[in-house]
Design a protein around this ligand. Structure first.
Ligand code: SF4
Length: 297
């Protein structure tokens, strides 16, 4: 947690007006921003390949991408991704200015997994006060994700429990490629500007072995020409409780992992968004229904 303290100390000095930014770090920051803008506004459309950053995501998504199916993106998606990149560039500038010992950043790495060369770009390798180098991933998070996944009651175990984006596998793949321990995630809340440092456990061999074995199975599946698109998540019955009894509304709701997925209109063409039928709120939360027979109770 010394890392977090150093970053907070530095930002307190910024608040007090006690520091000046160095020209070299400023130039690096503007280069990072330029790269991000170029990446977001570019004609280049990458063809499918397995990347360390995405290998831990549900296989049903990856096999659709292998088949050339593109995710549905709303018009604001590039701006959202761009905000993420800009926040991460800002966090890198803060780390450089705070005097964090940065050994590597944005480094291309590769690993041979199940006989295939799998590439990735790690965010940063940091050296701590004891001289130990670790691979860290930088994330920008929404207010909700920051509070529930990274800070407060969140942490390594909570990310591991529910990891639709494959963050833990990504970390171990980069770390293994560098033959270094995985440090964890350095996170900025895009809404409040708060920072969190989520550390991976010191004793991580068991997890590393488990995630590397899973990565090998995934690569085998994704490189097998016989693998076909599939839908692994079942719809869920919508229920509510009355006098202690669980009652079905007759509606079905989209499985949770599909809610985050850009392929949902492909997999669930009849899915529709509607105010939660079982909610008593004046403005009920919006929910994806795969079958909406009953619009109110
Ligand atoms: S919508 Fe659901 S089933 Fe389809 S690819 Fe996405 S996560 Fe998988």
């Amino acid at each position: 947690m010394l890392l977090l303290v150093k970053l907070q100390d530095y930002l307190n000095k910024v608040v007090q007006g006690d520091v000046d930014v160095s020209l070299s770090n400023l130039i690096q920051y503007t280069n990072d921003c330029k790269e991000s803008a170029t990446k977001q506004i570019s004609k280049e459309k990458r063809s499918y390949r397995i990347r360390m950053s995405g290998l831990g995501r549900p296989l049903c998504q990856q096999i659709l991408e292998r088949a050339g199916h593109r995710e549905d993106m709303p018009y604001n998606a590039p701006v959202r991704f761009w905000f993420g990149d800009m926040s991460e560039a800002m966090l890198m500038l803060i780390m450089r200015e705070a005097g964090i010992d940065i050994v590597e950043f944005q480094k291309e790495v590769e690993l041979k997994i199940a006989g295939h060369k799998i590439k990735g770009t790690l965010d940063v390798v940091l050296r701590d006060e004891a001289g130990v180098e670790r691979v860290w991933d930088i994330k920008s998070a929404s207010d909700w994700a920051f509070k529930h996944k990274f800070a407060g009651f969140g942490g390594y175990d909570s990310i591991k429990e529910d990891d639709p984006f494959g963050y833990v596998m990504q970390g171990y793949l980069y770390a293994t490629a560098m033959n270094l321990p995985f440090g964890g995630w350095i996170v900025v809340n895009k809404s409040s500007g708060q920072l969190a440092v989520v550390e991976a456990p010191e004793w991580q061999d068991e997890d590393r072995v488990k995630y590397m074995a899973d990565a090998a199975e995934r690569v085998k599946f994704l490189t097998d020409p016989k693998s076909k698109p599939f839908k692994p998540f079942p719809e869920e019955f919508e229920t509510y409780r009355e006098k202690g009894e669980v009652i079905r509304t007759g509606n079905k709701i989209l499985p949770k992992p599909c809610g985050f997925c850009g392929h949902k209109t492909h997999c669930w063409p009849k899915a529709e968004m509607h105010g939660k039928v079982t909610s008593k709120a004046k403005f009920p939360p919006q929910v994806w229904y795969t079958r909406l027979k009953k619009k109110e109770l």
